[in-house]
Write a protein that binds this ligand. Sequence first.
Ligand code: KIV
Length: 268
Amino acid sequence: MKKKTVLDIMEMYESGKKITMLTAYDYVMASILDEAETDMLLVGDTMGMVVYGQKTTLQVTLEDSIRHTQAVARGAKSAMVIGDLPFGTFQVSREEAIKNSVKLMQLGLAEAIKLEGGSERISAIEGILNAGIPVMGHLGLTPQSFHKFGGFKVQGRSEETAKKLVEEARALEEAGIFSLVLEAIPWEVAKEITESISIPTIGIGAGPYCSGQVLVTYDMLGYFDFKAKFVKRYANLKDQILSAIQEYNKEVRNKSFPDLSYSYEMPK
Ligand code: KIV
């Protein structure tokens, strides 16, 4: 199976084909998403919340990101794998941003990196691109700014902040990013951004007019109780898992599992 690259993503964008992206944090899930022909797998720092039970994404480390990106890369035969630069790994200096992106590619086996933020990140983005690493941008509700925003809040709702988002998107495009995640912004703003730039926008809670969509896989599979307004549930895994585990516990306790059909015998 042919591995997808930035060229394939650009080709899809230019031919008007919607791009799909989902988050993955482990090998088994990555293999399933890949088999289902998902275009890109994002090893997002949402792993802090859904895998490690942290309250925000701020505690995720570069080591976490490298380890999970490796696992996903092993399962992604066709999907392009995007590693996410965690909080603190690209804000301090351009040099650190380049060094940490190189690690995510070299040790984590990522095929591109994503980082949050706007024009304040241009210097880091240019440095990373100079190292030969494709960069995906991320604007709107950037969860690493949780404390600055005062929580997970929809962004770009005033005329002024919406205008700023459009300007930031243009600046990131000019810096050379190959695609841009737009998170939790009004659909009108996402539409305007999508129409103002010539690279694909990948929306999450940003309406239907983006060039592609991304969701946190655990959310869309119903693995989690919490559901944001923009999440469509395509399955209810938590309910299915819960009833399977309750059944197992019951059968072990009432001694109906395992019966002899699940047991080895001595050779005759
Ligand atoms: O970390 C993540 O999973 C993300 C997506 C929500 C876009 O950034």
